[in-house]
Structure formats: structure tokens, C-alpha cells
Design a binder for this molecule. Structure first.
Ligand code: MG
Ligand code: MG
Length: 257
């Protein structure tokens, strides 16, 4: 069942998603060689609670933290811990909040210090592919059009698309119908219509598309241990168009400072 949102509900979702962007920007200020990922998680949890919201991921199916922090070959769902970021790492930070009954969900992959040009290119392509997907999130298109746009863009540039994990509908719950794969066929899948809210989140690998789960039963990493990037926006389909509810603006203000 796909829940369509009213304009009022979409504005509540925007508030939750803008808080996610602000939280990621706060985290971005502290991403530097030597910082432990657990420290970033503490900063995020405090920031979210100080703004009257709940960290959406904490306790979700037993997940222990407020952020998912996934470094280098880790794709998603990494658990913050003692690992200290090193010069040249890339780090995907995924954040969710709930406030006034609605959820926000967004992710960004950061560079730590000086990252090699090949890996930088992976990040740029993954972020760019997200916007190609979003361009298809309009009334009358189908879920497959989103995945096809992301897959085509990334594969043409020599990267591969993770199959096991997908984007999702979002609203009062973090995960609602429909699933939003980052691959697919044009014109296939559920029809997109006004009021739908979806999280689009390409997970793109430098090498093989195959992934494995680590022993912690959460962390997903690439099978060949080559790097992976992850960018995510929550988007509403409204007045026929894609309305991006989350924002990278504050994050990129920090990064360009
Ligand atoms: Mg997410
Ligand atoms: Mg998500």
C-alpha cells in the first residue's frame, strides 16, 4: 500500500528532512583525519535531540546508533565505533530523524583529507546519478524510470549498481512502499503520482556490484573491497514535479568553507 501525503504532511516531512541536512552539516564540521566514527555519532544524536527530534535509526531492528557510518569499501549500515578516519578515506554518513510524526532520511559521502582522483570521480558520479534519478520522479513516470536513469548514468561511466539494497517510500514510517531500486527498466514498476514521497539512494561501486555482510550482521561491504559511494535525498512528487525535501546546501556550505 502506497500512502499519498497531503500538502500539510509534505511540509512536516520537509521539516524532518531539513533537520537531517542540518545534522549532516554539523557532522561535516568534524570530519577530519583522526576523528573516531563514534564521536560523529554522538555529535549527531545530541544535535537531533536538541532540536526536539528522535534519531530514526537508533533502535531500528536493534541498530545501536543514530548514524550509519560506512567507510571506503563499506556500502551502507556501518556501525559507528572506535575506527578513526584517515587521510584519503571516504565516509558515507546516513542520517534519519523523526519529528511531529514524520520521517527524514538522507545520506552524503564525504572525503577525508586528500582523496585520490579516481575515488573522487566515483563520488561525483554517484551524486550526479541521484539527480538523474530525481529528474524522473515526476507524475506519470514509473519507479523503473528512476532506477534506469541511475543505472544507465553509472554503468556508462564504468561503475556498478548494488542490487541487494534499494530506496523506499517514506512518511510516518522510515520504510514504506514502494521499493525504489537504483536499477531497472524504463516504464516498469509502480506509477508515480502526486503525494508520493520516496527516498532515492544510489549505492554505487567502483568494482563489482556484489556485496557481502560483515560479521556484525549490519555492515554491508563490497565483495572485492573496492570503494563504494552513497548519496540519498527524500523527494515528494508534488504538482507533477520532484520536490526535494532534504537538502545538501548546509553540508556543502561547510565543505566549501
Ligand atoms: Mg538513509
Ligand atoms: Mg533510505
Amino acid at each position: 500500500m502506497i500512502y499519498l501525503k497531503t500538502d500539510e504532511e509534505i511540509e512536516l516531512m520537509r521539516a524532518a528532512n531539513l533537520l537531517v541536512g542540518a545534522t549532516l552539516a554539523e557532522v561535516a564540521k568534524h570530519i577530519t583525519p583522526g576523528v573516531a566514527t563514534l564521536q560523529l555519532d554522538k555529535i549527531a544524536e545530541e544535535f537531533i535531540r536538541d532540536h526536539g527530534a528522535i534519531p530514526l535509526f537508533k533502535g531500528y531492528n536493534g541498530f545501536p546508533s543514530s548514524l550509519c557510518i560506512s567507510v571506503n569499501e563499506q556500502v551502507v549500515h556501518g556501525i559507528p565505533g572506535d575506527y578513526r578516519l584517515q587521510n584519503g578515506d571516504i565516509v558515507s554518513v546516513d542520517c534519519g530523524t523523526k519529528i511531529n510524526g514524520f520521517c527524514g532520511d538522507s545520506a552524503y559521502t564525504f572525503q577525508v583529507g586528500e582523496v585520490d582522483p579516481k575515488t573522487k570521480q566515483l563520488l561525483e558520479t554517484t551524486k550526479e546519478s541521484l539527480y538523474h534519478g530525481i529528474a524522473m520522479a515526476v507524475d506519470g513516470k514509473r519507479i523503473g524510470d528512476i532506477g534506469n536513469a541511475i543505472q544507465t548514468y553509472c554503468q556508462e561511466r564504468g561503475y556498478s549498481v548494488v542490487r541487494e539494497l534499494v530506496g523506499h517510500g517514506i512518511g510516518r514510517e522510515m520504510h514504506e512502499a514502494p521499493e525504489v531500486p537504483n536499477y531497472g527498466k524504463k516504464g516498469a514498476g509502480p506509477l508515480l503520482k502526486d503525494g508520493m514521497c520516496i527516498a532515492i539512494e544510489p549505492m554505487i561501486n567502483m568494482g563489482t556490484k556484489n556485496v557481502v555482510m560483515e560479521k556484525d550482521a549490519w555492515t554491508i561491504r563490497t565483495a572485492d573491497r573496492k570503494p563504494s559511494a552513497h548519496f540519498e535525498h527524500t523527494v515528494a512528487i508534488r504538482k507533477g514535479k520532484a520536490d526535494i525535501l532534504s537538502s545538501f546546501e548546509l553540508i556543502e556550505k561547510v565543505l566549501n568553507n
